[in-house]
Design a protein around this ligand. Structure first.
Ligand code: ITT
Ligand code: MG
Length: 167
């Protein structure tokens, strides 16, 4: 089974590898377009980005494409992190799962609303350039209890699990 993750971000690739290694799926990280803005601003946009990435993998000839997308969602309480995943098969089966959500601190939300990508805001907030490829905002603001890879690994379990339920 040739499986691709629609991203070169090691935090995303690792989260898929962790889950599918044991079922014998080979995984590659590939560059595909999300066809949404670099910083999605709603659940819908984030979910679409995940789906488009998964479809992009199928267009490249893989049997299964997995798309993982990070975004934010405005609520009455403030700006929440929003994460989505989608798994698409070459036969056209499509699955969705969303990831954990946490409220972002005001200081971070202000910069994101003003137009800076969350990854860049987090890089200056933590003084670590590649934080989005490591523990991510979710890791930082959960004191390391749930890293970006942990969070996406849960999404991938939900995706692969739904796929297996159907088989
Ligand atoms: O290379 P890709 O796959 O695009 O990986 P990315 O880190 O840019 O991730 P997304 O496009 O899915 O996320 C959109 C933006 O939100 C940022 N982001 C989302 N979740 C994050 C998190 O937990 N920590 C840091 N940045 C995050 C991310 O860095 C981007 O600026
Ligand atoms: Mg991105």
């Amino acid at each position: 089974m040739k499986v691709a993750v629609g991203s070169r971000n090691p935090a995303k690739i690792r989260s898929v590898e962790t889950i599918v290694d044991s079922i014998g799926w080979e995984v590659e990280g590939v560059d595909v377009p999300s066809h949404v803005s670099p910083q999605p601003f709603s659940d819908d946009e984030t979910r679409k980005g995940a789906y488009n990435r998964a479809k992009g993998c199928i267009a490249l000839g893989y049997d299964i494409g997995i798309g993982l997308e990070g975004g934010v969602e405005e609520t009455e309480e403030g700006l929440f992190l929003s994460n989505w995943g989608s798994l698409v098969t070459k036969e056209g089966q499509t699955y969705y799962a969303s990831g954990a959500k946490i409220l972002l601190p005001d200081e971070v939300s202000r910069s994101v609303r003003a137009g800076t990508e969350l990854g860049d805001v987090m890089a200056s907030f933590t003084d670590q350039q590649d934080i989005s490829k490591k523990e991510g905002a979710v890791g930082v603001f959960s004191a390391g209890y749930v890293t970006r890879s942990d969070m996406f690994a849960h999404v991938v379990k939900l995706l692969v699990g739904q796929y297996h339920y159907d088989k």
